[in-house]
Design a protein around this ligand. Structure first.
Ligand SMILES: [Zn+2]
Length: 249
C-alpha cells in the first residue's frame, strides 16, 4: 500500500512540474529556475498554493490575489500523470521499465497538451527524449539495444514516406516523436503504437468532420493521438503481442 501511495504522490508532484513545462516551453522560457507566477496578475504563488490538486480545490480554481480563474488543465494534468504512473506500476512493478516508461509518458503528456494548443511538438522535448531514450536502451532488459535501434526507425520511416508522398501533410514533429519513442518501446510496440494512434486519430477525425467541427482538409494535431497509441501499447502491448503470437500458433 505504501508503494502505490508514494507513486501517486510522486505522480502528482511531477504532474505539477509538467504544467510549468506546458505553460513555459512554447514561450521559450526556462522551466527550472523561475518561481511560479500567476499568469494574469504576475504575483508570485506561495508554496502552500502549489500543492497538486488540493490547492486548486481550496482556492476554488481562482488566483488567491486577483481571483482570476486558474485553468482546469492544472489539476487535470496532475491527476493524469499520477494515474498514468499507477497504471505503469501495475504493469511493470518496481523496475527499470517503470522509470523509463514513466519518464516517456510524462513527456508525452507535455507534448500532447502543447501540440493540442499550438500545433507544434517542441524540439527541446524531442532532444531530451532522444538522450533519455539512448541511456534507457542500455538499462532496459525487456528489449535488446538492436530492437531499440530498429524501433527508432520502425514507425518514423513509414511516417516520413507518407509525409513526402502527401506533400507535407504529416508534421515533422510527429515523425521525430515516433522515432525517439521507438527507442523506449522497441520496434514491435512502436509499430503497434502507430497503428493504434492512427486508428484513434482517424475515428476522432471522422467524428469531428461529421459534426462539422473541422473541415475535410484541415490539419489536426496528431501528437495527442500518437501519444495515446503509445500509452495503450505501454500498458497493454505485451499482453496483446502474447495473444497475437498464440493466435497464430
Ligand atoms: Zn493572479
Amino acid at each position: 500500500m505504501i508503494i502505490p501511495l508514494f507513486i501517486l504522490i510522486l505522480g502528482l508532484l511531477i504532474g505539477s512540474f509538467l504544467n510549468v513545462c506546458i505553460h513555459r516551453i512554447p514561450l521559450n522560457q526556462t522551466v527550472v529556475t523561475e518561481p511560479s507566477h500567476c499568469p494574469v496578475c504576475g504575483r508570485r504563488i506561495k508554496w502552500y498554493d502549489l500543492i497538486p490538486v488540493v490547492s486548486y480545490i481550496l482556492l476554488q480554481g481562482k488566483c488567491r490575489f486577483c481571483k482570476n480563474k486558474i485553468s482546469i488543465r492544472y489539476p487535470l494534468v496532475e491527476l493524469l500523470n499520477a494515474a498514468a504512473y499507477l497504471l505503469i506500476y501495475n504493469t511493470y512493478g518496481l523496475s527499470v521499465q517503470l522509470l523509463g516508461m514513466a519518464f516517456l509518458v510524462s513527456a508525452l503528456i507535455v507534448i500532447s497538451f502543447i501540440d493540442f494548443a499550438h500545433s507544434i511538438i517542441p524540439d527541446r522535448i524531442i532532444v531530451v527524449l532522444l538522450i533519455a531514450g539512448i541511456i534507457y536502451s542500455f538499462f532496459n532488459n525487456s528489449i535488446t539495444i538492436l530492437e531499440a535501434v530498429i524501433g527508432f526507425f520502425a514507425a518514423s520511416v513509414p511516417l516520413l514516406i507518407i509525409a513526402v508522398l502527401s506533400g507535407g501533410n504529416m508534421g515533422g514533429g510527429d515523425i521525430k516523436l515516433m522515432a525517439v519513442s521507438g527507442l523506449f518501446l522497441g520496434w514491435k510496440l512502436i509499430l503497434l503504437s502507430l497503428i493504434l494512434g492512427s486508428c484513434i486519430g482517424s475515428v476522432i477525425g471522422i467524428i469531428l468532420i461529421v459534426l462539422k467541427k473541422i473541415k475535410l482538409k484541415q490539419r489536426i494535431p496528431y501528437g495527442p493521438f500518437l501519444s495515446a497509441g503509445i500509452f495503450i501499447s505501454i500498458i497493454y502491448g505485451q499482453d496483446f503481442l502474447r495473444w497475437y503470437l498464440n493466435f497464430y500458433k
